[in-house]
Design a protein around this ligand. Structure first.
Ligand code: AMP
Length: 118
C-alpha cells in the first residue's frame, strides 16, 4: 500500500476541512461534499483499509464500530424512518477513495439502486 495519505486520512488528521458530525476513538463521520440524499454522511475508520472486504478480514470489530457509528449518527440525524448504508467496493461500484467508508443515506424516501442507467 502506498505511504501517501488518502484524502480521508488527511480529513482525519484535520489537514483537509470537513463538516464533521461525530467522532469516536476509532471512527470519524462527516458530511459528503456531494450529497446524494437529504442526509448523506461518510463513516471512516481511522485505521486505513482499502475496502470493506479487507476491513472485515483484518478487523471485524472495527467494521462493527463503523456500522455502530452509522447507526448512532442515523439516530442523531433523525433517520428513524429508515436509511441506507452502502460500501462501494471497487471500480465497477464507483469506489473513488480507496480508504474504506460507509455511505449513510436518508432523510427522504430513497429510490432503487443497481444498474447504471445510461
Ligand atoms: P466513493 O465513490 O464510494 O469512493 O465515495 C467517495 C465519496 O467521497 C463521494 O461520495 C464524494 O462525494 C466524497 N468526497 C470527496 N471529497 C470529499 C471531501 N473533501 N469531503 C467530503 N466528502 C468528499
Amino acid at each position: 500500500m502506498s505511504d501517501e495519505k488518502t484524502l480521508f486520512e488527511r480529513i482525519i488528521d484535520r489537514e483537509v476541512p470537513a463538516d464533521i458530525v461525530y467522532e469516536t476513538d476509532t471512527t470519524l463521520v462527516f458530511r459528503d461534499i456531494n450529497p446524494q440524499a437529504a442526509t448523506h454522511v461518510l463513516v471512516v475508520p481511522k485505521t486505513r483499509y482499502r475496502d470493506v472486504a479487507e476491513l472485515a478480514a483484518a478487523d471485524p470489530g472495527l467494521l462493527a464500530e463503523v456500522v455502530g457509528s452509522a447507526a448512532t449518527v442515523a439516530e442523531r440525524e433523525g433517520l428513524g424512518d429508515g436509511y441506507r448504508v452502502v460500501f462501494n467496493t471497487g471500480a465497477d461500484a464507483g469506489q473513488t477513495v480507496f480508504h474504506v467508508h460507509a455511505h449513510v443515506l436518508g432523510g427522504e424516501q430513497l429510490g432503487h439502486f443497481g444498474r447504471y442507467h445510461r
